[in-house]
Ligand binder design. Structure first.
Ligand SMILES: [Zn+2]
Length: 346
């Protein structure tokens, strides 16, 4: 049984969402669009996402470009196809823009529009060629993580959530060069999925603020995908933001009680780092998994996400309010923190 939200808190949360910017710092949107395109579907954002985004005042969604392990042999082509598919999908939508610079964030706040910020979840596809980062930049990509949970030429990942073992080795020389090139290009760096040694090295070499788009607290749920207390402090200390992951494999789930766990992560990180370093990065995967299964002629019926869709985001904000968090704090978490970060970093 998930948290029962009282009507008064839900109303307050809905009002907060209507009047303040809302951000989701991690969604595998580009990949889902490509999967659905391959199944013959078009207008994916319009059909599956836009109504929910609009309903909850979502201003900015960070879309990852994630290449599945099975596609790595043609990783570069796959990544470019995802970027192209995403751009095609939103081209005709007047209310959606691609966010490429700080002033685009200002536009989002002034106009009735929604921004999509494209970033690479793992840089396997550049195959150690830093000039490909410039190509990605020219295509509108504005951030990257060095690796997903697996390892590549740049860094060792933290291992898959289901494996839960400590991996060894951090960034390679190429990984350090990639951090430098990303910084030269004013692209943001994401450390979610990096292992502990890699995190440590990033702290030493990064000169600009980096973030964790979708990671919770390891103290609340023991997964190497989540951050230790020292990492939370280090990340916040250099101006970074942590997007709270709402997937049950990362946040944990007390007998299916997703919201309870998500709130515990958020409250813990707010206590350790302050609300101005905490945000939402829900990593909602159910829709992607349904699309992927359908393409293989299967049905995906699991529920791995903390909420069924973005239209339910106020449930999380309402749960935080009901558990005693102040409205000003919730405003930062639901979008304020990430808005400030992206405006400054881009
Ligand atoms: Zn991820």
């Amino acid at each position: 049984m998930d948290i029962k939200i009282k009507e008064e808190y839900l109303k307050q949360a809905v009002k907060l969402h209507r009047e303040n910017p809302v951000v989701d710092a991690h969604l595998d949107l580009a990949g889902e669009i490509l999967l659905r395109n391959r199944a013959g579907e078009r207008d994916v954002v319009k059909k599956y996402y836009l109504p929910h985004f609009k309903r909850v005042g979502l201003k900015l969604v960070v879309s990852s470009v994630y290449v599945e392990t099975g596609n790595l042999d043609k990783g570069w082509e796959n990544a470019l196809s995802q970027i192209k598919a995403l751009k095609e999908d939103v081209k005709a939508l007047d209310e959606v823009i691609l966010v490429e610079k700080g002033s685009d964030i200002d536009r989002l706040l002034k106009e009735d529009i929604i921004g999509i910020l494209i970033y690479m979840e793992g840089l396997d596809c550049i195959e150690g060629d830093m000039d490909r980062l410039n190509v990605l930049y020219d295509l509108g990509v504005r951030g990257a993580s060095l690796t997903w949970s697996r390892s590549n030429l740049l860094a060792v990942g933290c291992c898959r959530a289901s494996e839960n073992r400590q991996t060894k080795g951090g960034l390679s020389g190429a990984g350090i060069r990639a951090v430098k090139r990303l910084e030269e290009l004013s692209m943001f760096l994401d450390v979610s999925h990096l292992n502990d040694e890699g995190f440590e090295q990033v702290c030493q070499v990064a000169e600009r603020s980096f973030i964790a788009t979708h990671s919770g607290s390891r103290q609340i749920y023991r997964s190497y995908r989540n951050l230790t207390d020292d990492q939370i402090k280090a990340l916040a200390g250099q101006g970074g933001i942590m997007g709270m992951n709402g997937c049950k494999y990362i946040a944990g789930s007390l007998g299916g009680n997703h919201l309870e766990m998500l709130c515990r992560h958020i409250e813990y990180e707010v206590e350790k780092a302050g609300e101005s370093h905490v945000g939402y990065g829900f990593d909602l995967c159910d829709s992607y998994n349904r699309a992927s299964a359908a393409l293989q002629g299967k049905r995906y019926t699991d529920r791995d996400d903390c909420i069924p869709d973005h239209g339910q985001m106020p449930l999380v904000s309402a749960a935080l309010l009901q558990r005693g968090m102040g409205a000003e704090q919730v405003k930062d978490i639901m979008g304020g923190s990430f808005i400030r970060y992206f405006r400054q970093i881009l």
